[in-house]
Design a binder for this molecule. Sequence first.
Ligand code: UT7
Length: 325
Amino acid sequence: MSIGIVGWGFYVPDKILTNADLEKMVDTTDEWITTRTGIKTRRIAPSDMAVSDMAAAAAQRALDKCGLSAKQIDVIIVATITPDMFFPSSACFVQSKIGAENAACFDVSAACSGFIYALELGRNFLCNKKYKNVMVIGAEKLSVITDWQDRGTCVLFGDGAGAVILSEVKSGGIISCYLGSDGTQSELLFLPGGGSRNPASEDTVKNKMHFLKMRGNELFKFAVRIMADSAEEVLKQAGLKKSDIKYLIPHQANSRIIWATAKKLDLDESQVFVNIDRYGNMSSASSAVALCEILESKDIKRGDKLLMVAFGGGLTWGSSIIEVS
Ligand code: UT7
């Protein structure tokens, strides 16, 4: 049984934050951000827009793309580390916004690898034949967990959402998926405040514990190794060669990580999809939006094989090979 993508859509907020804007906020330069990260602009959601608003907009576009009605969606999975609230899940809010009254809904927390984790979950739901259509969404409002006074992190992140609908397909589909985690490395990227370990208090707010903390250097080294290793692993599991891949869709954390991964995989620059210059790092939404943009491009045809690979907080990593249906 082949499970593939039948609909897709993404949403990014209108507001563009440029490197020039950031020069006025922290001690940084366009030159530093561009050469060290590849980022030029990122999108920032307005204060009255939560993750589920962006996710629902992307979800509606995915429905419109394939002509399914919201009532035909059996499961909604939202990968996010910036849910509207602890609970209910953002997926439940999306359900209510798009009118998917027959769907079972839940969120997945796997940081930047979240969309690939959710894709694999969605595929497994469909493989047991009980469900017909699964909506998988990666959505983040990272601007609310970013410390806008910390130049080491605030230049990196942005907001957005991407959605795909998975169903049984006659050809192509998700060929293989590889997931992994290393919980011993959780302190490389985490958000300490607001949970059951450090519940919200005056102190947690004063100590900026509701903003993400990152050890960028160490994460960078880990990323370069794990992105290539997990791409190699999923290729091996699929019985495919690097030369079978039309496009690499890497997580958009840093253009230097992206190019180092491409080099290790012997892929030509033209085979690597990059949107970090426009959107920055949107965590789980990065893979989702990149996949939507590539499926939308004229360059893609049935039978093309796409290799997605991501890493993130947890630490987590994941890779997936999708043949365009
Ligand atoms: O989605 C997964 C999560 N994120 C990541 O995977 C990020 C992985 N890491 C990275 O992308 C990179 O480590 C960063 C872009 C975060 C940092 O780049 P780097 O080349 O590792 O820089 P660094 O942290 O070693 O800092 C080099 C210098 C430092 O100054 P000194 O100590 O050499 O004087 C920093 O203080 O650059 C300074 N710096 C900045 N300068 C201007 C750090 N941030 C900035 C900034 N503007 N925004």
